[in-house]
Design a protein around this ligand. Structure first.
Ligand SMILES: Cc1cc2nc3c(=O)[nH]c(=O)nc-3n(C[C@H](O)[C@H](O)[C@H](O)COP(=O)(O)OP(=O)(O)OC[C@H]3O[C@@H](n4cnc5c(N)ncnc54)[C@H](O)[C@@H]3O)c2cc1C
Length: 348
């Protein structure tokens, strides 16, 4: 059986690794001149780590990433609101996105990877299975589901970077008025960070000014980062299906979500492994993945309502009081509740 994967991001490469493991012949077509990833950090949650484990690349991911359990949620002035529980908690691996992409790329033979190939229509592709892993603005999705709405602006913008350090910091998320910040320490002392704020699309904003009053090291991380990336945040409204004939949508092409639970790429890894588990059967893939990915999509949106979208001093005080009053397990549930996912049984 032959599969063509359109898109060589984290989702597309993970799919190629997974399908090959259950015996498929795979080609990956990527429109960019090189296979690579930009961006900053990614938190590989325990569910995604199990997917990498089954793919046979988790050890390398652990070696390149940093595993921490210590950390939690802070308020913008620096006070801890909740701690990740130390006991019984699986680790989150903090990685640079390029490292995660590189781990997957090295698990594939170069002769199946084709760059500089922009797919315009599925009609061009001769395969038993086509995987549209072509991202949030998926051209294949627009072709297959012409009535489905495209991405919409989610009302917030984010900046991301990697500060050279060295720093020794716990993993943390900080919630403040109309914004949030995240810190993901890497093994070599560098720190991946992001900040995001509620704002109109394309608003002309200076993140250093917006986050100047937030606790250290957030201003220092921003000030010492040579290249800061800006992303307006878009989401894809829920789709009625992830499949059409012999084509399946995967990763952001199927379920691009707001990043407030850090599960977007983790879902793409789950999608990839599940597609292998159903041996490329589109109907079973849709049945297994759509409820799960759309539940995480909805929870990510809800996390935004209780996080970045809380702006008034009274609402902030109530939210922060509630977080501090809850047992740690409950307070960080937003970060951990989808982590229990297990790799499905594989075909013989
Ligand atoms: C600010 C922000 C923070 C985030 N933080 C996290 C986090 O901490 N944890 C997490 O799990 N997720 C996070 N995410 C989400 C994560 O970035 C995405 O879910 C993930 O990268 C999607 O991977 P993908 O492979 O589906 O798509 P993409 O990475 O978009 O890859 C699509 C690929 O397809 C190629 N392509 C597109 N069209 C064509 C075509 N016609 N022909 C050939 N190739 C094509 C593109 O060049 C690209 O390489 C975050 C997202 C944002 C915006």
């Amino acid at each position: 059986m032959k599969a063509i994967v359109v898109g060589g991001g984290i989702g597309g490469l993970a799919t190629a690794v997974s399908l090959r493991r259950v015996g498929w012949e795979v080609q990956v077509l990527e429109r960019a001149a090189e296979f690579g990833e930009v961006g900053a950090g990614i938190g590989v949650m325990p569910n995604a780590l199990r997917a990498l484990e089954w793919m046979g690349v988790a050890d390398e991911a652990r070696r390149l990433g940093t595993s921490r359990v210590s950390g939690g949620i802070k308020a913008s002035e620096g006070r801890w609101l909740a701690h990740l529980p130390e006991v019984g908690q699986e680790k989150i691996i903090a990685m640079h996105r390029a490292d995660l992409h590189g781990v997957l790329l090295r698990a594939l033979p170069p002769e199946i990877l084709f760059n500089n190939v922009e797919v315009r229509s599925v009609q061009e592709l001769d395969a038993d299975l086509v995987v549209a892993a072509d991202g949030i603005n998926s051209r294949l999705r627009a072709e297959l589901l012409p009535d489905a709405p495209g991405p919409v602006y989610a009302g917030a913008t984010a900046w991301r970077g990697v500060a050279p350090g060295p720093f020794d910091l716990p993993i943390s998320q900080t919630l403040g008025p109309g914004g949030e910040a995240g810190i993901l320490p890497l093994a070599d002392g560098r720190v991946c960070w992001y900040v995001s704020t509620v704002a109109p699309a394309h608003a002309d904003l200076d993140p250093a000014e917006l986050f100047a009053g937030w606790h250290e090291p957030i201003p220092t991380l921003m000030a010492t980062t040579p290249d800061i990336l800006r992303h307006d945040i878009y989401e894809l409204p829920l789709l009625p299906t992830f499949v059409s004939g012999r084509v399946v949508l995967l990763g952001d092409a199927a379920h691009a979500m707001v990043p407030y639970m850090g599960q977007g790429a983790c879902m793409a890894l789950e999608d990839a492994v599940t597609l292998a588990a159903v041996d490329g059967d589109p109907a079973r893939y849709d049945a297994a993945r759509r409820p799960r990915a759309q539940a995480v999509w909805k929870a990510s949106r809800m996390a935004g309502k209780f996080g970045i979208e809380v702006r008034s001093p009274l609402a902030l005080a109530v939210r922060n009081f509630a977080l501090r009053a809850m047992p740690g397990q409950v307070a960080v549930r937003g970060m951990t509740r989808f982590s229990a996912w297990q790799v499905p049984a594989m075909p013989r």
